[in-house]
Write a protein that binds this ligand. Structure first.
Ligand SMILES: CC(C)(COP(=O)(O)OP(=O)(O)OC[C@H]1O[C@@H](n2cnc3c(N)ncnc32)[C@H](O)[C@@H]1OP(=O)(O)O)[C@@H](O)C(=O)NCCC(=O)NCCS
Length: 181
């Protein structure tokens, strides 16, 4: 998969992404805004496990954010199951030195469209920590609506925190082009 954008390229992971993946993922500021399943410190071993997992994973739902030929972040979605199978949860992160260039905003728009078109979804949602202002802004800029605050719903870095729920609802004509699984 390859989607060329102005600020970056969204593409399939490669084994050669290991060094840039680890370099960009190994950041407390990135980890603080993600679920604990994202390793910290982010070791080479963690990077290898991730890339191996990416190669085996079908359908392909998690992609590299490539800037200048280097994988500097990730963006993807988790298809939901059972009656929720018309929905997916989106997630993303970017190496700190690439923040503030509009990369995540552009990448989120593209991956939202891709998820809806490829999987016949009606809804793509995200659950950022309430303190994650940058991510909330990225979601809002892409037409995600704030649906609610999940009060005291998570334990992150030793603190009980609120999470926001945002969702993008597909145009019904778009999601009906391909029937859901
Ligand atoms: C969230 C993240 C992906 C944003 O990436 P990015 O490429 O820097 O985002 P963009 O440049 O596209 O947009 C950021 C927006 O947030 C705004 N912003 C940044 N910090 C902010 C803050 N503290 N308060 C309010 N707005 C803020 C920026 O001004 C920009 O909005 P604008 O275009 O209206 O000026 C990046 O910060 C990151 O990887 N964070 C760690 C992981 C993470 O939070 N992932 C998301 C989990 S839900």
């Amino acid at each position: 998969m390859k989607i060329a954008l102005k600020t970056c390229l969204i593409r399939t992971w490669r084994a050669s992404d290991l060094d840039s993946l680890v370099e960009n993922a190994n950041s407390p500021q990135v980890w603080l805004n993600l679920r604990d399943q994202f390793p910290h410190p982010y070791t080479k071993r963690a990077g290898r496990t991730f890339l191996r997992h990416m190669q085996a994973r079908r359908p392909e739902t998690v992609f590299a954010i490539d800037v200048g030929g280097r994988a500097v972040g990730a963006i993807g979605f988790v298809l939901q199951k059972d009656v929720d199978r018309v929905s997916a949860e989106v997630g993303y992160w970017l190496g700190e030195q690439y923040w503030g260039r509009g990369i995540a905003s552009e990448a989120l728009g593209a991956i939202t469209r891709h998820a809806i078109e490829t999987h016949g979804l009606t809804r793509v949602f995200a659950v950022p920590f309430a303190y994650n202002k940058a991510s909330c802004r990225v979601l809002e800029k892409n037409g995600y609506a704030l649906e609610g605050c999940l009060r005291r719903s998570a334990l992150k870095n030793g603190q009980i925190v609120d999470q926001f729920q945002y969702a993008f609802i597909a145009d019904p004509s778009e999601s009906s082009r391909r029937p859901p699984r």
